[in-house]
Design a protein around this ligand. Structure first.
Ligand code: DGY
Length: 320
């Protein structure tokens, strides 16, 4: 029997799992995020924290929880908001939610590929703004995907699922990754591994699927955009700071690349004002995993992780 603090609003089935396991559950029930001061107060005395990606789980938060804290169960696959070393040094197990959001995120990446290459955001804005229009042979022409090359940066499960979708649209796949993907996967996708420079030079669409860390901070900046084809598109459903947003604005405005589809931003929920002026950018408010089924699966997996650690068992999906 432990005290589980759920720091943001999560689907009820996750709370049911925690309660059924006999734990006292203290859950934030409102849609809007609580303030940092409220959060520091809420976590005091917790044996387990179930956290959202919008919260910084750092030394200050862990210390505010107290020495009895055993587990931080982050409701996200990305865990750049969690100071994993600070957890480890305090003997706190950290977990994330891989697997359950793969399809939803890959669906969204594919949607962004179609939206940017076919200029669907621009078309929708024409109708909504009641701008006069008529069918024309050259009106709002986009680019087709057949026989084009998708460059996947990070061929993990979401990158692979996006590549599978792109294959169904007739695209060829290349990828760059820290290590080579399993042969079975690369032969299924017909994908071959190249270095990032080659990927940028050869891709018609570059899709980011790497985790965010100091090593991937501004992985794409001015020189990388200069290396891309002027007809190429950038898709980011990973983490905002992987892209240097100021440099991206310059590249979009200067015609160095043809367009960008972004679901994540450097300083979320702020969006670089320059991006708002770019007709060739499709901008979404971090919706990658936003389906009822996926968010429920993420939250229940996090709850399972917390329950396992509190029962003295290995959690299903530990970080690292
Ligand atoms: C994650 O889980 O890291 C996603 O960004 C959530 O949408």
């Amino acid at each position: 029997m432990g005290r589980v603090v759920v720091t943001g609003k999560v689907p009820k089935p996750a709370l049911d799992i925690l309660r059924r396991a006999g734990h006292e559950v203290v859950a934030w029930e409102r849609e809007e995020q609580q303030s940092r001061a409220q959060l520091l107060e809420q976590v005091s005395g917790a044996d387990a924290l179930v956290t959202l990606l919008t919260e910084q789980v750092d030394a200050e938060l862990l210390d505010a929880a107290g020495e009895q804290l055993k587990v931080v169960a982050n409701v996200a696959v990305g865990y750049n908001n969690v100071d994993v070393e600070a957890c480890r040094s305090r003997g706190v197990v950290a977990t994330n939610t891989p697997g359950v959001l793969t399809d939803a995120t890959a669906d969204l990446a594919m949607a962004l590929i179609l939206m940017t290459t076919r200029r669907l955001g621009e078309g929708e804005r024409v109708i909504r703004s009641q701008t006069p229009w008529q069918w024309g042979m050259f009106y709002l022409l986009g680019s087709g995907l057949q026989r084009k090359t998708l460059g996947v940066v990070g061929l993990g499960s979401i990158g692979a699922a996006t590549a599978r979708r792109a294959r169904a649209f007739g695209m060829n796949i290349i990828y760059s990754s820290r290590s080579a993907a399993p042969r079975e996967l690369t032969s299924e996708l017909g994908a071959h591994r190249v270095d990032l420079d080659t990927l940028l030079a050869e891709s018609d669409v570059v899709s980011l699927h790497c985790p965010y860390s100091p090593a991937t901070h501004h992985l794409l900046s001015a020189s990388e955009f200069a290396a891309m084809k002027s007809s190429a598109y950038l898709i980011n459903t990973a983490r905002g700071p992987v892209v240097d947003e100021a440099a991206l604005v310059e590249a979009l405005k200067g015609g160095q690349i043809a367009g960008a589809g972004l679901d994540v931003f450097e300083d979320e929920p702020q969006v670089h004002p320059g991006l708002l002026d770019c007709e060739n950018a499709v901008l979404l408010p971090h919706l990658g995993s936003a389906t009822i089924e996926t968010r429920t699966a993420m939250a229940t997996l996090a709850a399972d992780n917390a329950v396992s650690v509190l029962a003295g068992e290995d959690p299903p999906t530990p970080i690292g």
